[in-house]
Design a protein around this ligand. Structure first.
Ligand code: HXC
Length: 516
């Protein structure tokens, strides 16, 4: 073969690799409203930055006629590229090739990309669109999944890992996204389940559609398995590029600092009016978040799940922070099983990736009830305590109103490791609410009174004024300072800046044993 022929053969092979499963299947993919693997990579990365890795990999096994089903690249595009000028490693499964199913060599490729991401300290992005384990490759396929799960687990806390579900993701394949840090889905395109509707119908008799069972809405709002939901792939990719700009590339780097243009000395006078005078009246904590942090910088995580807490990334004086806030608008902001899971996982991500935590506190406690007790609220609630105590990043708390009991400890306790605790003059810090407390400690006095109801109200009011005000906690140094709402942003920036160089060690150990 002369040089000319060699180049010609290369061009043919390259063309074959780029065509994936062929024109008809590409058309079918588009007809489903989905982009191809290569279109997705192009959409996600900075133009012209994609460098492919193990480009021409093909199946080795000849079992079940696989020798006649060889596709160059084996149904996945993988390699490295840049997003906003920063390097990432990624792969995108190609549904046009054997339904994107994962066999030995596709897994080899994915595991290699994951390993290179870890070695280079870059984010790892997986774009899933696959029928799952390639049935013809049987055990080799399962072995391949094992390699991917291991790579995801070993890299957890070292590099941020993301799953963009842009097609089916079924069976054991779902466990890789579950190990990664954030899962993003698109309505009408993405599906995740361990067994599909047909098997469910056969086993339990329940009838449900693919979308209802494992679509974006189901996972973002019901199961909590996914964090972000979008209307289109384009919308997802554009958001994802923004999300990445908030995060460091690995656990040894600090998050990027942005010039948000929002002044450090901006006062927040509206907060006083946003806070209702009646402590039982709800308000939307997101109004506080939008007012305090750099304008339009809040990226809410899990915006449709466990709505009684609000978590997400924001910028404060251009620095990325993790916001952990109670939501008085939902369930009066009590903490329950799902909100504890949501918060703890988010807090641990922040700690792993050097993102300071800012708690905005207005919480009456953990949710009482048989279902919560029997569902394991003790174990789940403990996750927040564990995550905060374990975290060595700067931790700052602002008590807006209620901070009762265990929930006070989780969200505002210096004993647990908060570095600076601020409180509004309206803060109510106590073991429990005034009504409950008065009923217990003044029970006899109330009962003996000529007018028990009047006595009860008097005692409640007395308790609220004498015991619950923030000056008691401040007198013990458990609250560092009491601030006016209009200085919220200024004081939180000052608190962040005074703690930004914080270094704290923990005893060396193999790993902790967080209650799961
Ligand atoms: C081999 C597969 C495949 C698979 C799909 N294909 N899934 N080939 N192994 N797992 C092939 C199909 O045979 C078909 O090839 C092509 O991909 C496109 O599939 P269609 O069915 O035509 O597409 P669609 O109608 O869009 O349906 C997509 C689908 C369906 C919902 C994903 O294909 C499906 O249900 N596949 C099986 C899903 C599954 O049960 N996987 C195993 C899960 S268990 P042709 O040549 O006919 O066009 C698992 C264990 C992992 O993954 C364990 C890890 C620990």
């Amino acid at each position: 073969m002369d040089n000319q022929e060699a180049v010609q053969r290369y061009r043919e092979k390259r063309g074959e690799m780029l065509r994936g499963g062929g024109d008809k299947r590409i058309e079918a993919q588009h007809a489903k409203g989905k982009l191809t693997a290569r279109e997705r990579i192009e959409l996600l990365l900075d133009e012209g930055t994609f460098i492919e890795h193990q480009t021409y990999i093909t199946v080795r096994t000849t079992d079940f006629g696989m020798d006649k089903k060889r596709f160059l690249g084996d149904g996945v595009g993988s390699g490295t590229g840049k997003i906003n000028g920063r390097q990432v490693f990624l792969f995108a499964q190609d549904f046009t090739v054997l339904g994107g199913s994962l066999g030995e060599m596709q897994a080899e490729r994915i595991a290699e990309a994951a390993m290179l991401a870890a070695k280079n300290g870059t984010p790892f992005i997986q774009i899933n669109d696959s029928g799952g384990a390639r049935i013809q490759e049987g055990i080799l396929s399962l072995h391949g999944y094992g390699k991917i799960f291991k790579a995801n687990a070993v890299s957890s806390g070292v590099i941020p890992q993301f799953s963009l579900i842009l097609g089916p993701c079924a069976g054991g394949a779902v466990y890789s996204p579950a190990i990664t840090d954030f899962t993003l889905m698109v309505d009408g395109i993405s599906n995740m389940y361990i067994t599909g509707p047909e098997v469910i119908k056969a086993v339990t008799g329940e009838e449900i559609s693919h979308e209802e069972l494992g679509g974006a809405q189901a996972h973002c709002a019901k199961s909590g398995n996914a964090h972000f939901r979008f209307k289109s792939e384009q919308e997802l990719m554009s958001f994802f590029r923004k999300l990445l700009s908030y995060l460091p590339s690995n656990n040894l780097e600090l998050p990027p600092i942005a010039d948000t243009g929002d002044p450090v000395d901006r006062e927040t006078p509206d907060l006083l009016h946003l806070l209702p005078d009646n402590p039982k009246k709800p308000y939307d904590i997101r109004d506080f978040i939008n007012e305090i942090f750099d304008r339009n910088s809040f990226l809410e995580v899990h915006a449709e799940y466990a709505l009684n807490v609000v978590v997400g990334f924001a910028k404060l004086n251009g620095r990325t922070v993790g916001v952990f806030a109670n939501q008085p608008k939902v369930l009066a902001a009590v903490l329950d099983i799902n909100s504890a899971d949501k918060a703890a996982r988010f807090l641990r991500f922040c700690d792993a990736f050097n993102i300071p935590i800012i708690s905005l506190v207005d919480v009456p406690g953990f949710l009482p009830g048989v279902a919560q007790e029997h569902g394991g609220i003790i174990r789940h609630g403990a996750k927040i305590l564990y995550a905060i105590a374990e975290a060595t990043v700067p931790k700052i708390s602002l008590i807006i109103r209620k901070a009762y009991g265990g929930a006070f400890i989780a969200m505002a306790s210096k004993a647990l490791g908060y570095d600076r605790v601020l409180a509004y003059p309206t803060a109510e810090i106590a073991v429990m609410g005034a009504e409950g407390a008065a009923n217990i400690i003044f029970r006899r006095e109330i009962k003996a009174s000529d007018n028990p109801e009047q006595k009860r109200q008097e005692k409640i009011s007395e308790f609220r004024q004498t015991v619950m005000n923030p000056f008691i906690a401040a007198g013990y140094g458990i609250v560092d300072d009491i601030i006016e709402p209009r200085f919220s942003r200024i004081e939180l920036i000052r608190s962040l800046e005074m703690n930004i160089r914080k270094r704290e060690d923990r005893p060396s150990k193999k790993h902790g044993n967080i209650p799961l």
